[in-house]
Design a protein. Structure first.
Length: 351
């Protein structure tokens, strides 16, 4: 068996991951990351709170494995928080979990593996890796509700070749049962449901505190070009939003476009927020692209039937869904599938 570095957030998924790998005979070393909120949060609702790190240490002790904490706050601010804030200031909707996977989590796990001579790394993601003809394929987990491949499309072959995802073969209920049976400290802990560095999920307050000058009012423009109201700063809005517009209209209106050049929000009917086609750039390919696929443009949706049309080689694609999809927003991630295999994905571009 091999030596494996496991990223331990203090939650039930990473705790059971460490247990399963040890049961398979691997030598397991647990690692937790001190990110942003570790300095001030004390609850278990985020993956980087002080209590979550303490919980990871307790689990490691219970399992009889080593555990250490790595302070990555500087890189996390530079590579995740600042791009997140900058994205919203420029009218796009970035995904910080994807940024963290790309720049922080897996990079640091690999560094730790190198430093202690470990062959593999692992996390508590519900996904799988299959090695076929020299290619590592990223595959959906068996639990369709918990499948987390949407957040992992940014991984490359070098990382995938060293990744173990034991939870890909389990459903969430089974993972909870294992934790309860072992009386692991994480067994009853709640799911992480927030962006880890934003208290209560209130990202507008977070951004306005960091960049007060971003609170720059501008027009809210209706479907006929008339000004219906005044917005409170572009970062407060995302495509598809209805609440908080504070405008009066004969029908419900939704944000359909954010225009940073003119500091304007455009609103329209619900039908206007649906789109079939969009450009996707900043691409990462895990497997060779094909024409006929399914795709997701948000993590909680089912992947839907679509076609990929290559533009500029493999650096830009047009994604065309069979049926219009609700409110694709620039900055969000589009992930492409062939069956249960992740082909790759990218970032939805502004029209």
């Amino acid at each position: 068996m091999a030596k494996v570095v496991v990223g331990m957030s203090g939650g039930v998924d990473s705790s059971v991951t460490a247990y399963l790998l040890k049961e398979q005979g691997h030598e397991v070393a647990g690692v937790s990351f001190m990110l942003w909120e570790a300095r001030e949060r004390t609850d278990f609702r985020t993956c980087c709170s002080l209590e979550a790190i303490k919980g990871a240490a307790e689990t490691a002790k219970a399992l009889g494995i080593t555990h250490r904490v790595i302070d990555v706050r500087g890189d996390f601010i530079d590579r995740v928080i600042e791009p997140f804030v900058d994205g919203y200031l420029h009218g796009i909707t970035p995904n910080p979990c994807v940024l963290c996977n790309l720049h922080i989590k897996f990079s640091y796990l690999l560094k730790e593996a190198e430093s202690i001579g470990a062959e593999f790394i692992s996390t508590g993601h519900y996904a799988g890796v299959e090695r076929v003809d020299g290619l590592c394929l990223l595959k959906k987990g068996v639990d369709p509700v918990k499948d987390q491949t949407y957040f992992l499309y940014v991984l490359n072959q070098d990382t995938l070749s060293r990744l173990l995802f034991p939870l890909g073969l389990y459903r969430k209920e089974s993972v909870r049962e294992i934790a309860r049976g072992l009386k692991l400290p994480a067994a009853q802990r709640p799911e992480s449901v927030e962006i880890c560095f934003i208290p209560e999920g209130d990202y507008p307050s977070f951004i306005s505190n960091i960049v007060p000058e971003a609170v720059k009012p501008g027009p809210i423009i209706g479907p006929d070009g008339s000004v219906l109201g005044t917005h409170k700063g572009l970062f407060n809005y995302t495509v598809g939003q209805r609440r908080g517009l504070n405008i009066s209209a004969a029908e419900p209106l939704y944000v359909i476009k954010i225009d940073p050049e003119n500091n304007a929000i455009h609103v329209g009917s619900r039908e206007m927020a649906f789109k079939r086609e969009m450009k996707v750039g900043d691409l990462n390919w895990i497997a060779p692209p094909v024409n006929r696929i399914t795709a997701k443009i948000r993590s909680m949706m089912r992947d839907e039937a679509a076609v990929l049309l290559m533009e500029k080689g493999r650096d830009l694609v047009k994604l065309v869904f069979d049926e219009p999809q609700w409110a694709p927003a620039p900055g969000q991630n589009a992930v492409f599938y062939s069956g249960d295999v992740v082909l790759g994905g990218g970032i939805i571009q502004r029209d």
